[in-house]
Design a protein around this ligand. Structure first.
Ligand code: ZN
Length: 465
């Protein structure tokens, strides 16, 4: 906590320094020394870390206006400063520069920072993390199978449970600091922790019901059949869980069709969706994907409600088979959740999107016994996406943001402004970039995150009314 306070103070001091410099430059342009000092004092004394007004103005928010082209090539992005009028959790009005503003409302200052749509972390495990605890690297993975990892977890889970509520809350704070206030968390349902992981996760989410929205996937990490948790999974469905999870039906449950049938049956019986971890890259992984598509085709109640997380088997398909599979995934409204892996597995994410498959991303692990490399930053996922799929130009950089925001982009493909619009939820994050292309390429820090009109992380300036 000491550390957090001193970091925040450092950030404040460095920002004040920048503003002082700005004021000094303005002074050269004719502002009197007294006026400059007054501006400086006003800014210095008024950094707000909480905004809970129901109706207020947020001034000098940078929004994207259009693309600038040379011939057919997008070479830059035009922006302008707006005052957002926020009311009842929504953006009521976007006031352009020079517009007459409604009087008497509290006013806050975005200081020219760029607004980006809310980031969505659509695959994370909030329930079991080392984040917030002492440094601990995962054990060597070389030569280990997923069954070895499950055996390790059986010993680890009882040690994690006593702190799992506070650690989940710490992770939520990290996500918010990076601009994510919408998430989907997997949550272990296993014989060791029973329903305790879920109970703890729900306690953490309850604390954040006004500042963070999170769907839960009941995740049979030790195998739906292997660990015999069908009954526990069904109990979990009565506890506010939205998705039935699953895991490698061949490698873990050794019975692909039986395992997938059991998973889908819980979903059909309870009216929930499905989100399965499928890491298998063998032909069995491809068979599992095809079997799931067949199942959704036969059960229209599942249409639009099934997500395959990771789906590494898609990397093994020949182009024409991938095209056919992607078309079937799209036709059945099936979603792919990918962490945008680097290394040997190059997921065909652009090809899936082009075929109409909804592709989303997530953190998976920030730091736990699986991986120590996560930052919790969805903007970093857009950066990876752009880098991996040759998106280094202004236009493609700006499009790459879609994977992080659930497809919400400030500018539509034709360059017209698509977001934000009056009436939209007041959810956004502020960052020191000139446009989304720069934000994706440079991944600047986020200075403030808003959710339903509330400042939930970071800080803004307080302007005089
Ligand atoms: Zn996962």
């Amino acid at each position: 906590m000491q550390n957090a306070v001193s970091q925040s103070r450092r950030a404040f001091l460095s920002r004040t320094g920048q503003l002082t410099t700005a004021v000094a430059v303005a002074g050269l342009g004719g502002m009197s020394r007294e006026a400059a000092a007054e501006t400086q004092n006003c800014v210095e004394g008024a950094t707000m870390t909480a905004v809970t007004d129901n109706h207020y103005l947020l001034a000098d928010v940078r929004l994207e206006e259009s693309f600038e082209k040379e011939g057919d090539i997008v070479v830059a992005t035009r922006t302008a400063l707006y005052t957002l009028e926020i009311k009842d959790g929504r953006i009521a009005t976007l006031h352009a520069a020079g517009a007459t503003l409604p009087a008497g409302l509290p006013r806050y200052q975005a200081n020219g920072q760029l607004a980006l749509p809310t980031m969505r972390d659509m695959h994370i495990h909030l329930d079991k993390t080392f984040y917030g605890g002492p440094w601990q690297a995962p054990r060597p993975r070389q030569g280990k199978t997923i069954m070895d990892m499950i055996a390790l977890e059986e010993k680890l889970l009882p040690k994690l449970l006593p702190t799992s509520v506070e650690r989940a809350e710490g992770l939520i704070a990290l996500l918010q600091a990076k601009g994510s206030t919408i998430a989907r968390s997997h949550c272990n349902i296993d014989p060791v922790s029973g329903l305790k992981s879920l109970e703890h996760l729900k306690l953490a989410l309850e604390e954040h019901k006004d500042d963070f929205v999170c769907e839960i996937v009941a995740f049979p990490q030790h195998g739906l059949l292997h660990s015999e948790v069908d009954g526990l999974m069904r109990e979990a469905m009565q506890m506010g869980v939205e998705y039935v999870g699953g895991l490698d039906p061949t490698n873990v449950d050794s019975a692909m069709e039986k395992s997938l049938d059991a998973m889908f049956q819980i979903a059909l019986d309870t009216g929930k969706g499905v989100d399965i971890h499928l890491h298998e890259t063998s032909p069995a992984g491809v068979a599992a994907i095809n079997y799931m598509i067949d199942t959704v085709e036969k059960n229209q109640a599942l249409k639009g409600k099934v997500t395959i997380s990771h789906a590494f088997a898609l990397t093994t398909l020949r182009p024409e088979v991938l095209e056919e599979t992607a078309a079937r995934l799209a036709a059945n409204g099936m979603t792919i959740a990918s962490t945008v892996p680097i290394g040997g597995l190059m997921m065909p994410l652009p090809q899936l999107s082009k075929a109409g498959v909804f592709v989303m991303t997530g953190t998976d692990s920030v730091i736990d016994h699986w991986s120590p490399f996560g930052s919790g930053d969805m903007l970093e996922k857009a950066y990876l996406y752009a880098q991996l799929y040759r998106g280094s130009d202004e236009y493609r950089l700006s499009r790459s943001l879609a994977i992080s925001t659930g497809g919400v982009l400030p500018l539509a493909d034709d360059g017209t402004r698509a977001w934000p619009k009056a009436g939209d939820d007041a959810g956004f994050t502020l960052t020191s970039a000139s446009c989304s292309a720069e934000a994706v390429a440079r991944v600047p820090a986020r200075s403030a995150t808003f959710h339903k009109g509330r400042l939930v992380s970071g800080e803004v300036g307080k302007a005089s009314s």
